[in-house]
Write a protein that binds this ligand. Structure first.
Ligand code: ZN
Length: 658
């Protein structure tokens, strides 16, 4: 066990590391002048000036036993003389639309008056995430609590012997019901064997590298904190420092290459928007064998496998992830749906525009890896490679993913966005049957919209111009409504897009790909996988006989072959298969748990099979007529008969092919 590295003003080891004299108004005022000139834009500075009289909340975080996964929090709250104060912990993190009940990880809450004698104060838990404290007239109240931090995810908290990642929402109790922005100061008392901390927040004046200042609670929530022993790669774009903070390189991850490629992506996106809207940017790249990413105004948390630089597919996925989260610096963190800010941290916030925030960001993430020169035209057309974090086992483009999801016929795109909290983030075995991903369909709609604008303006304009015009009009505090975004796109296109948007966003009608395919000279590949070849080419491979198809997915559960998904409108669905059924035999022959795929090769479409199953331990048979597996009909390829004009259009979109 390592002792935490306490800094003490009085010479004793104590948690009270900020002598009260530091927090006089004069210090605060002087500090704010320095701080505002260092950090803020003129508008922010004006806003901050209005709140500069607001006394800060001061947090001290320590890690006495990091291996136990706890962070100890000591927080000092000014009371402004009120007889009671109420503290609140957020229930969700912006960017991740699920109620996560962070207060469940809080324990050992205690409150004391700040003064000579730290008198214990009465307090009461008044809501699942709120505490009301009787101040006894004290000018400031000190609250201590511990937070269990063992969720290794981009929006969660993690503490172990090696490092910590702390997000604002699951860590900090703040004063509830505040109207004005109040500064929140965070001082980290790191274990002696953790050398560095990083955070998007500016450092407090002075020499403590682990002391950060958030101008408001929103900024605190938006700036995750990492501490440990990372490998840090720094680069400059527009003379602004960018840090790629790699946790867990372990001699495996290619740090220099990843930093160089990250810089190329930053440069490509900076060129697109024309400016960088921050003073510094931190990529927290946690190589933890998990996956995910979460965007912030001047940082992002990424999680990936440390082996990802070793394989083209996984590295490409990582580049797309970097590009995706970084694009959010503009799209969603500053150009946002009107509903996504200021945030209500205690309730769900619904918006119909996640197809723009996430879908269009997905559309652009691959484009920017391409524009940065880090992938080929063919790779963009092929789509996302399989991810180490799970999901598909094949590279697929978004059209393929959308068209194989029955939910596209059930859930319109804007509704998918609105219901993200209860559908997309709460997936179950029926999800593919009833819903779609606003990432996937949003990206497809982005592709169609982009092609449409290029076509109607004869390549003079594109979706790029829509994004930039929308940013000009709606970024910052303003936000856009769904109607405003549609109108902006129509303005750039110079044509009425009402029918296009209605079909794509409000209905479940199938999308029409023909126009876009024709514009770029693309086509859907032959589903049998045969490349387009000259008519006289010999095909000497014998044709594989068609195998039977059930339309269910299974998993091997401790040696039992168990149904995990029943896709709608398939033979398995019609025959009455249920999720949870254990498959035992086909026509009285045993099916081993790892051999269903092989079994299906022994049957043909149209074959009648009697399947023995166990459902809640009771044996029964289901009679099924096997069908034909739907062919993948939406792989994109360049049409060999494309005209010179179509080739030019493709080049305008994806650059020159090698
Ligand atoms: Zn995103």
């Amino acid at each position: 066990m390592h002792r935490p590295h306490f800094v003490s003003s009085s010479g004793s080891t104590s948690f009270q590391i900020w002598p009260k004299r530091h927090w006089t108004l004069s210090f605060a005022t002087a500090f704010w002048i320095t701080f505002m000139s260092a950090y803020s834009t003129p508008t922010q500075a004006a806003e901050l000036a209005a709140s500069s009289a607001t006394e800060p909340i001061q947090y001290t975080l320590s890690f006495p036993r990091p291996a136990s996964h706890y962070v100890e929090v000591e927080a000092v709250y000014p009371t402004a003389g009120a007889p009671q104060i109420t503290l609140m912990m957020a229930i969700w993190t912006p960017g991740s639309y699920l109620v996560r009940e962070y207060a469940r990880n809080v324990e050992d809450v205690a409150a004391r008056a700040v003064g000579k004698e730290e008198t214990p104060l009465k307090f009461e838990k008044v809501r699942k995430n709120r505490w009301r404290i009787e101040t006894g007239g004290a000018a400031a109240v000190k609250v201590t609590y511990r937070v269990y931090a063992r969720e290794l995810s981009v929006q969660g908290n993690w503490v172990d012997a090696g490092f910590t990642l702390l997000n604002g929402a699951p860590t900090f109790l703040t004063l509830a019901d505040e109207k004005a922005a109040r500064p929140h100061h965070v001082k980290l008392m790191l274990p002696t064997h953790w050398a560095k901390s990083f955070c998007g927040l500016p450092n407090a004046p002075g020499n403590d590298p682990h002391h950060y200042v958030a101008p408001s609670y929103d900024d605190l929530v938006d700036c995750p904190i990492y501490a440990g022993n990372p490998t840090v790669h720094e680069f400059q774009v527009d003379n602004k420092p960018h840090y790629l903070v790699n946790e867990g390189e372990a001699g495996v991850w290619d740090g220099p290459r990843s930093a160089q490629d990250t810089q190329a992506i930053v440069q490509a996106q900076r060129d697109f928007w024309g400016f960088l809207p921050y003073d510094k940017y931190v990529f927290f790249n946690l190589l933890t064998e998990t996956g995910g990413g979460l965007e912030h105004k001047n940082s992002t948390v990424l999680m990936a496998s440390r082996w990802a630089t070793r394989k083209r597919e996984s590295y490409l996925n990582w580049l797309y992830l970097v590009s995706h989260e970084y694009f959010h610096t503009w799209n969603v963190k500053r150009l946002r749906p009107v509903e996504l800010g200021p945030f209500d941290y205690e309730n769900e916030v619904h918006t119909r525009s996640l197809w723009i925030a996430e879908g269009l960001t997905s559309y652009y993430d691959r484009l920017f890896v391409r524009r940065a020169g880090l992938c080929t035209q063919a790779e963009v057309l092929a789509g996302d490679p399989p991810s180490a974090a799970g999901g598909d086992d094949k590279t697929k483009n978004d059209i393929e993913r959308l068209q194989e999801t029955h939910g596209r016929l059930v859930q319109p795109l804007e509704l998918a966005s609105h219901d993200a909290w209860i559908k997309f983030y709460r997936r179950d075995e029926n999800t593919p049957n009833t819903s779609i991903s606003y990432y996937t369909k949003g990206a497809v709609v982005g592709w169609l919209l982009d092609a449409k604008i290029r076509e109607t303006t004869k390549n003079a304009k594109s979706l790029d111009d829509v994004m930039r015009l929308a940013y000009q009009r709606y970024s910052g505090e303003k936000g856009f409504t769904p109607a405003e975004f549609r109108a902006t796109a129509a303005e750039v296109a110079g044509v009425d897009l009402a029918a296009f948007f209605t079909r794509a966003l409000d209905t479940t009608d199938e999308l029409d790909y023909n126009e876009s395919l024709a514009w770029y000279g693309l086509k859907f590949a032959d589903p049998k996988g045969n490349k387009s070849k000259p008519a006289d080419a010999k095909d000497d491979k014998p044709e594989k006989p068609e195998k039977g198809y059930l339309g269910i997915e299974t998993k091997n559960e401790a040696g039992r072959l168990v149904v995990s998904t029943v896709k709608r409108q398939t033979p398995g669905y019609d025959a009455g298969f249920n999720v949870g059924d254990e498959i035992l035999a086909f026509n009285n022959f045993r099916v081993r748990p790892d051999a269903l795929g092989k079994q299906m090769e022994l049957y043909r479409p149209g074959d009648q099979v009697s399947v023995l199953i166990a459902r809640r331990d009771q044996l029964q048979t289901l009679d099924v007529t096997l069908g034909t597996e739907p062919k993948n009909q939406h792989k994109l390829e360049v049409n060999p008969e494309a005209t010179a004009e179509q080739k030019q259009n493709l080049e305008a979109w994806l650059g020159k092919a090698p």
